[in-house]
Design a binder for this molecule. Structure first.
Ligand code: ZN
Length: 128
């Protein structure tokens, strides 16, 4: 497995992150936006004063390649979307935690290497 030695604490953290990732479930990036709209029908309640707008409708939006993509989310899928978005936030947090842990382990490995004398190395030149 890993050639850099891990402390007990680092092993525990890595195992906890892996376990949580494994049980995360579906994950979706983006956000849900609540929309209340005015329709095109003249005399509709949404044109009254004060207006009674239609909705709320829920839109899922996400930036894909610099473009904002939106999709109307049916009411019966709203709970699913909320769960998927929550899971994605958790996924990002876990990924960041795993990266920080790995960097700390890599740094500790480099410090340990600097303390131990390096084996004699021949200067190699590539001949052409
Ligand atoms: Zn209307």
């Amino acid at each position: 497995m890993d050639s850099v030695p891990l402390t007990r604490r680092q092993q525990d953290r890595a195992a906890r992150i892996a376990a949580e990732l494994a049980s995360l479930g579906l994950a979706l990036p983006g956000t849900l936006i609540e929309r209340r709209i005015r329709c095109g029908k003249p005399g509709c309640r949404c044109h009254a004063d004060p207006p009674l707008l239609h909705g709320p409708y829920w839109q899922w939006t996400r930036k894909i390649g610099g473009k904002t993509v939106t999709r109307l989310v049916p009411d019966d899928q709203l709970d699913d979307y909320r769960q998927w978005l929550d899971n994605h936030r958790r996924l990002r947090a876990l990924a960041a935690e795993l990266e920080a842990l790995t960097l700390a382990i890599a740094d500790a490995g480099q410090r340990a290497r600097r303390r131990t004398p390096a084996p004699a190395r021949k200067n190699r030149q590539t001949s052409t």
